[in-house]
Design a protein around this ligand. Structure first.
Ligand code: HPA
Length: 274
């Protein structure tokens, strides 16, 4: 893991750029970054200006923090994230999460684009993550434990807060959003999965699959943040439909659900669920 001093300088730099520090943060996944355009009184901080942050290279990811108000609610948005498949060390992938902790963020909404493994899903569905599977991938906490963040062996039995989830389900229903629920399986990518892997993941209980989120969530939970995860099902996972997978579809579906996604996020912020 990156040295604690590097994290402190990142946090100090961000603090020096903003007046009001939010307690809630949202990581915007592939194709979902446009929510940041609705932020009022925004302060933009490019990742390249923050000590210790690399620049984001994934398509559909801008690479900056946007801090301001969404419908009057103070929030810090990450418009773009770092993926393990980009070649970053896990310590870099989760660097922003630990920076957030030092900044006083207590609640985190993690969003992503994901393939639908559950056959009853349709591209464009939003899925509240109930839990995750990541047995095939490395864990971001491997290495010395930084006890200022959390314990060596951290509990993951309520990683996606059950209390928040039940409130979010009701809030979504109030605004007419049919919010699916399910288990997110993490695969490193960058190749999409094979049809056989998707069958295996479904057998293990997965409802969606993607290449992000889990390292960040593990680190956030370790650091004591309360977490919510929302997947945008951008395509059906490999082998379900008789057609190849295509990265453009991921971005295009993100565009199509933009309104629904933003309505849900604003409802969550406004309901003071977290
Ligand atoms: N697999 C992995 N990651 C993804 C997918 C998928 O089908 N769709 C969007 N991100």
């Amino acid at each position: 893991m990156k040295d604690i001093l590097a994290l402190k300088s990142a946090a100090d730099y961000i603090r020096s750029r903003i007046k009001v520090m939010p307690t809630r943060a949202i990581i915007l996944g592939s194709g979902l970054g446009e929510l940041a355009d609705d932020v009022k009184n925004p302060v933009y901080i490019n990742y390249t200006d923050i000590p210790g942050f690399p620049s984001s290279t994934a398509p559909g990811h801008k690479g900056r923090l946007v801090i301001g108000e969404l419908e009057g609610e103070n929030v810090l948005l990450m418009q773009g994230r770092f993926h393990f498949y980009e070649g970053y060390d896990m310590s870099v992938v989760v660097f922003p999460i630990r920076t957030m902790k030092l900044l006083g963020i207590t609640n985190l909404i993690v969003t992503n684009a994901a393939g639908g493994v559950n056959r009853s899903f349709t591209p464009g569905d939003l899925m509240l993550i109930t839990d995750h599977l990541s047995m095939f991938c490395t864990n971001p906490l491997i290495g010395s434990n930084y006890s200022e963040f959390g314990p060596r062996f951290n509990d993951m039995s309520d990683s996606y807060s059950k209390e928040y989830r039940s409130k979010i389900k009701s809030s979504a229903a109030e605004i007419g959003i049919d919010l699916k629920e399910g288990i997110y399986a993490y695969m490193t990518g960058p190749s999409y999965e094979t049809p056989a892997e998707i069958v295996a993941l479904r057998t293990l209980g997965a409802d969606a699959v993607g290449m992000s989120t889990v390292p960040e969530v593990i680190t956030a939970v370790h650091a004591g943040l309360k977490v919510i995860g929302i997947s945008c099902i951008t395509n059906m996972a490999a082998g379900i439909l008789d057609q190849p997978l295509d990265g453009d579809e991921v971005i295009e579906t993100g565009q199509k659900v933009k309104e629904k996604f933003s309505k849900l996020i604003i409802k969550i912020l406004k309901s003071n669920i977290m």
